[in-house]
Ligand binder design. Structure first.
Ligand SMILES: [Zn+2]
Length: 385
């Protein structure tokens, strides 16, 4: 269980055009990725008050709220996005633009997660809400194609942990499995709402051979990951970043700064849970900027240099890179990769490996993953010139 931590990736990818590389996005919330101008237009149509009606100022308000360190302010941001996503037309537009923005950023496969139960206030049924989002996603794929960009998307249907509707939502997801829905997720407050509360829903999904990813190891620690694996039967972990709390790293020189440690050779010892997650190849959907903002990785330090993503990647975990909430964090997937390139000196090979991890973890049939992998390899080969 003990092995050397090496950092072979010293060649910098600085100067790489990451936006043009084909990328995969697995953890991206629909209600966290709206365009500010769209929120303003939709809010005017339904009579919802916003903190600002200027797109630039509103975008800044979302970023400031996410950065405020206050969970209350962070959660308030979703009140505004969800408020304008209560009608069929609102959902279609938001979903369409979501896909167009991903395609523009070079994403070629994306899984879009959202919680239909939060979009019923305008009178839509759960099924109608899922159909509206699917319509918008398909329009987005078509619009991107007309601009010469290929993208494939799938829905992840989320149940909110505090709401106790998980079984109903699991059945909804399975009902739409051949119409765009590729997986199930639970989100919301981790503390007090472990997956074991919803084990009937997860058992039902397992019986239906329907895949689940579970938000865990973000707000809560290693025990939340165990619960997600045992009771949630999670095939992937939403964030899962706190699995690093089950890893010990010993550096010979204890005086090293976090930045120096990344380039140093240390001895890594995995606890039993961390070993299980790594050895079984359970993918971690890591969202670097979001993790810093929500304090998920504050146990390791406050800066990106101390984020355990590099430790997890170098140790052989199935690390994938994601955005979580593009509007609130003010980031794109390209930005997140650029951050990693600047911080950890990742090169093109690293970006390809992280992207292939996401391909392998995608809730797609093997044949489709093989096609996707070939397409991505071709794109990276072209980028090497
Ligand atoms: Zn999330």
């Amino acid at each position: 269980m003990t092995e050397p931590l090496t950092s072979e990736n010293t060649a910098s990818a600085a100067g790489l055009d990451i936006r043009s590389l084909p990328k995969v996005s697995l953890h991206d919330h629909l209600d966290g990725g709206l365009r500010p101008a769209t929120i303003i237009e939709l809010a005017a149509a339904v009579g919802h008050d916003l903190p600002s009606t200027d797109p630039v100022a509103l975008g800044q308000w979302f970023r400031d709220s996410a950065d405020s360190g206050s969970l209350v302010r962070y959660l308030e941001t979703f009140d505004h996005t969800i408020a304008v996503m209560q009608t069929r037309d609102g959902l279609i537009r938001v979903a369409r633009e979501f896909v167009e923005d991903l395609a523009e950023d070079g994403v070629v496969y994306g899984e879009v997660r959202w919680a239909p139960e939060q979009h019923l206030r305008g009178g839509l049924s759960l099924d109608e809400a899922v159909e509206a989002v699917q319509e918008g996603l398909e329009q987005g794929v078509e619009a991107a194609e007309q601009q010469g960009r290929l993208i494939q998307v799938g829905q992840l249907i989320t149940a909110m942990r505090h709401a106790d509707r998980a079984m109903e939502i699991a059945e909804l997801a399975v009902r739409h499995r051949d119409r765009g829905v590729v997986g199930f997720d639970i989100a919301g407050a981790e503390d007090g709402f472990p997956p074991s509360r919803f084990k009937d829903a997860f058992t039902y999904l397992a019986e239906q051979q329907f895949p689940a990813t579970v938000h865990a190891g973000e707000a809560a620690g290693v025990e939340s990951i165990v619960d997600a694996l045992v009771h949630g039967r999670a095939l992937r972990l939403g964030h899962g970043v706190r699995i690093a709390e089950d890893i010990e790293v010993d550096f010979e020189d204890e005086e090293l700064t976090a930045q120096e440690q990344n380039a140093d050779v240390g001895m890594v010892t995995l606890g039993r849970v961390a070993a299980w997650v790594r050895d079984r190849g359970i993918a971690l959907e890591i969202c670097p900027s979001s993790n810093l903002q929500t304090g998920a990785v504050s146990g390791f330090g406050e800066s990106i240099y101390e984020h355990p993503i590099d430790l997890l990647f170098q140790t052989g975990f199935q690390v994938t890179v994601n955005t979580d909430n593009r509007l609130m964090s003010g980031v794109s997937l390209t930005d997140e990769f650029e951050l990693l390139v600047e911080t950890f000196d990742y090169d093109l090979d690293d970006i390809l490996e992280l992207t292939m991890n996401a391909v392998n973890a995608a809730f797609l049939p093997l044949e489709e993953r093989e096609v996707l992998a070939a397409y991505i390899t071709e794109g990276f080969t072209a980028a090497r010139g």
